[in-house]
Write a protein that binds this ligand. Structure first.
Ligand SMILES: [Zn+2]
Length: 172
């Protein structure tokens, strides 16, 4: 249990730079497109600290044969490697799709400061859709959340992927 952060409140006064958010989300989108090219469900993520990318990830479940290879988990692991710490304080994670319960839990566990996501996931999203684990008041760590950044583009990559998949199945 982490007592250090007890009583600490997230400072919401921090200035947001929407252009910067869109720019990092574009890089996450490029990773999502790389995932699609590999036959993976296209989700991409970048982890940013002090304006620099410290970790990138794309969904690699099929390639890795690993149920935990979600884009944002891969990006968080790489960020921890880059920074040499498990505690990702000060890190912003950008991901093209609303995190699932596993990834939202990992965002809390790794003490990520801020989450920015693109498209909402009404079927599995755990940051506002089905649950809101990133802002759960009973947790000892909460994240600042910005949603809907390049949501149309982020959603379109997924829609196109599944449309093409259905098409291929019908052609068989
Ligand atoms: Zn996930």
């Amino acid at each position: 249990m982490d007592y250090e952060s007890k009583g600490r409140r997230f400072e919401s006064s921090r200035e947001r730079n929407t252009d910067l958010d869109a720019s990092f989300m574009r890089q996450a989108l490029e990773l999502a497109q790389q995932a699609a090219a590999l036959g993976e469900v296209p989700v991409g993520a970048v982890a940013v600290k002090d304006g620099s990318i410290v970790g990138t990830g794309l969904n690699r479940r099929e390639i890795d044969k690993d149920p935990f290879s979600h884009a944002e988990l891969v990006a968080m692991r790489r960020a921890a490697e880059t920074l040499g710490v498990w505690r990702l304080t000060g890190v912003t994670v950008y991901v093209t799709l609303e995190p699932c319960a596993m990834c939202a839990g990992a965002l809390v566990q790794s003490r990520v400061t801020r989450l920015v996501f693109g498209a909402s996931d009404p079927k599995a999203g755990a940051v506002g859709s089905l649950y809101d684990l990133a802002r759960e008041p009973r947790h000892n760590h909460r994240l600042e959340v910005t949603s809907g950044v390049l949501a149309d583009e982020c959603g379109a990559v997924l829609t196109q992927f599944f449309k093409a998949l259905r098409q291929r199945r019908q052609d068989k």
